[in-house]
Design a protein around this ligand. Structure first.
Ligand code: HEC
Ligand code: HEC
Length: 385
């Protein structure tokens, strides 16, 4: 080969290394930068190229996912796989097994007809499929039974946040007149003390003393801590191989992005464990439920409810504290309008000093103007949770 040809080849290589490579590298950095903005910039009517960018962006480690669109006041934590408790062993396993027995046993109710399972059924996402639970003497309670999947992972319970631990929570349904309707916890304890199989089961775990209520609560809690299961989103967010469709990815991006869901539903549990008024108190209407206000008496709390976890949400329709939303698409449509709106019917109603508080919904909500396809995408994402 003549010398000048070799020279030409070497020269071309040099040019490539010196000029083209940095260009390519710069292009890569530039692309990363653009991808980081995707939660805010993704179009309402995406094309194939947009979906390619989305897949690239969410294919990276979670720290590099597009920056979420959340209010500066929000202590956002990235969505991610839930690190589950190890399977119980030894004494812990014995407590959970006893708890399971109690959970399924109608002996806990005054009438002998209701077990915890009557309203928290595994087949119905540990809920009951009803708008509002029906319990003792067919009385309808005023709230919807929450799913118990994440019960073992949260620090606040009930729609109005009135219990701070599962052990504290347990007395609630046992004494509630529309649930298990016991006159006192001593009644429940008395019935178990009279059942030989419980006497021996409790004494094996807790020692020889007669059964006391704290042991019942402890066993029920131990069982409820075992209910969590992995989800498709857990797999996806851990980078494990799982098929996530374009539509589901789009929904994830909307959830963390312009739909604003991640303002309140974030972290592996998909809840901030805080109270918000999203406009469903039905203030001064038949379905009125003032939520947190009934616990604190603070007017600021009128209509505030605990942000529920969204894990396994597809299994536990209908939705909201009063079960008024039959399907997930109805929930998303509500948020699309900026939450529920309340207006006084007349002057007399308007004079009620609590009206302004009831009507003032969270400032983390706004009208979203989502297109139909975006609503569908959000719903498909919710179904992976
Ligand atoms: C008649 C139906 C019914 C029965 C029976 C029942 N529950 Fe519930 N449960 C509900 C309803 C309704 C709520 C929500 C009440 C509220 O928030 O005010 C609830 C709330 C809970 C919560 C709080 C969940 C959360 O996310 O905040 C737990 C935990 C729970 N129940 C466990 C139990 C256990 C354990 C038993 C049996 C001892 C039981 N329930 C029996 C209907 C029932
Ligand atoms: C301001 C905080 C906030 C924002 C923003 C928010 N949520 Fe919620 N979410 C809540 C609260 C509080 C509830 C319970 C309200 C009630 O029952 O009255 C709830 C309930 C839900 C439920 C029903 C859960 C169940 O178990 O019944 C779903 C589903 C849901 N939200 C999805 C979303 C989606 C999707 C978005 C975004 C479009 C979103 N949320 C935005 C606070 C929020």
């Amino acid at each position: 080969m003549p010398f000048y040809r070799l020279f030409l080849i070497a020269w071309t290589l040099c040019v490539a290394v010196v000029f083209v490579m940095p260009g390519l590298l710069l292009h890569d950095d530039w692309q990363r930068l653009q991808d980081r903005k995707l939660a805010a910039t993704f179009p309402s009517r995406p094309d194939a190229g947009d979906f390619k960018a989305l897949r690239r962006a969410y294919g990276r480690a979670r720290e590099e996912w597009p920056a979420p669109v959340v209010d500066p006041s929000v202590a956002f934590m990235e969505l991610g796989p839930l690190e589950r408790r190890p399977q119980p062993e030894g004494r812990e396993l014995a407590r959970a097994r006893l708890g399971r027995l109690l959970f399924m046993d109608p002996v806990l109710s005054a009438s002998g007809h209701f077990s915890c399972q009557s309203c928290h059924n595994r087949q119905l996402g540990w809920s009951d499929g009803l708008r509002m639970s029906v319990g003792h003497a067919r009385r309808t309670g005023r709230r919807s039974a929450p799913s118990l999947y994440t019960a073992g992972y949260r620090d606040i319970f009930f729609w109005d946040g009135r219990a701070a631990s599962l052990e504290e929570q347990a007395a609630g349904p046992l004494l509630h007149p529309a649930e298990m309707a016991n006159e006192s916890l001593a009644d429940v304890v008395g019935r178990l003390r009279a059942a030989p199989r419980y006497v021996s089961a409790f004494s094996e775990i807790y020692g020889g003393t007669p059964i006391v209520f704290s042991q019942i609560a402890d066993a029920l809690a131990a069982f409820q801590r075992t209910l969590e299961r992995p989800t498709r989103f857990d797999r996806f967010a851990s980078g494990l191989p799982t098929r996530f469709s374009d539509e589901e990815l789009w929904g994830l991006n909307l959830f963390r992005g312009k739909a604003g869901c991640a303002n309140c539903h974030f972290g592996p549990l998909l809840t901030d464990q805080k109270m918000h008024n999203i406009g469903l108190s039905f203030f001064r209407r038949r379905l009125q439920d003032l939520g947190r206000y009934d616990v604190t008496g603070d007017p600021q709390d009128v209509g505030s409810f605990l942000t529920p976890s969204l894990r396994h949400i597809r299994e536990s329709a209908p939705y909201m504290h009063n079960g008024v939303m039959p399907r997930l698409v109805n929930v998303v449509a509500l948020y699309n309008q900026g939450g529920g709106t309340l207006r006084p019917r007349n002057e007399k109603e308007a004079a009620d000093p609590l009206w302004p508080h009831a009507a003032r919904t969270s400032n983390l909500l706004e009208r979203l103007e989502l297109e139909r396809a975006e609503i569908d995408a959000l719903v498909s994402f919710l179904e992976t949770l």
